[in-house]
Design a protein around this ligand. Structure first.
Ligand SMILES: Nc1ncnc2c1ncn2[C@@H]1O[C@H](COP(=O)(O)OP(=O)(O)OP(=O)(O)O)[C@@H](O)[C@H]1O
Ligand SMILES: [Mg+2]
Length: 212
């Protein structure tokens, strides 16, 4: 049985990286082989693309922005994610295709048909088995992220942009309730971690489920 591919989605500062790291330690503690990666990034190409995408000094049009994310994704899927799944490792990815739908689709207003076509190709047909959506009021998330220092290019976009992003994430979750685990990101990190662990346990299956 192929292990699950798990993605973490949600607005800036929602706690994606926090919960992904907590899940990774729980998997490690249970002796479940897993791999942690992120978008954009995760490969030599992706890391370079990430620097470009987050650079506050650059003005990038919506289409090239989307194509850069797609380039990073296409490389990550082929070089890192699919090989790890084939080796029997659970894959945890910080952001994935739903972020393109939310940010480039709803946020930037890019043509949906183009977005889906390119995303399908870039992802090579790979869709997550579980997507943890940490939902949060963008004003709260941006304030959390701001406490880390200088805002990146996307954190500088206006609040209306971030509100559209949030609504799209919620619409995606409503459309695919079986794939999404929708969580209120204002809850405390410990109880969020428990809910995520329970959902992951359901998807691990008997082959990967820790016996202890
Ligand atoms: N459940 C929570 N309640 C309150 N604060 C939280 C919670 N989870 C994370 N935080 C804090 O919010 C900030 C952002 O968390 P984190 O970096 O995990 O979010 P993120 O979704 O990965 O953000 P980004 O989109 O910028 O990568 C951190 O300072 C973190 O400690
Ligand atoms: Mg993060």
């Amino acid at each position: 049985m192929t292990p699950p591919f798990i993605t973490f989605e949600g607005p800036e500062g929602a706690g994606k990286s926090t919960q992904l790291a907590r899940l990774a330690s729980r998997l490690a503690g249970a002796g479940v082989p897993h791999l942690v990666t992120r978008e954009p990034g995760g490969t030599g190409l992706g890391t370079r693309v990430r620097e470009v995408l987050l650079d506050p000094a650059l003005d990038i049009d919506p289409l090239p922005e989307f194509l850069l994310y797609s380039a990073s994704r296409a490389q990550l899927v082929r070089e890192v994610i699919c090989p790890a799944l084939s080796r029997g490792e659970v894959v945890l990815c910080d952001r994935y295709a739903d972020s393109s739908r939310a940010y480039q689709g709803a946020g930037r207003g890019l043509d949906r048909e183009l977005l889906e076509t390119v995303t399908r190709e870039a992802a090579g047909g790979l869709t997550p088995d579980l997507t943890v959506l940490l939902d949060l009021d963008p004003a709260v998330g941006l304030a959390r992220a701001a406490s880390r220092g200088q805002p990146d290019r996307l954190e500088r976009a206006d609040l209306a942009f971030h509100a559209r992003v949030r609504e799209e994430f919620l619409a995606l979750a409503a459309r695919e309730p079986g794939r999404f685990l929708l969580l209120d990101a204002t809850r405390d990190p410990d109880t969020l971690e428990e809910d995520i662990w329970a959902a992951v346990g359901e998807r691990l299956g008997p082959d990967l489920l820790p016996t202890a």
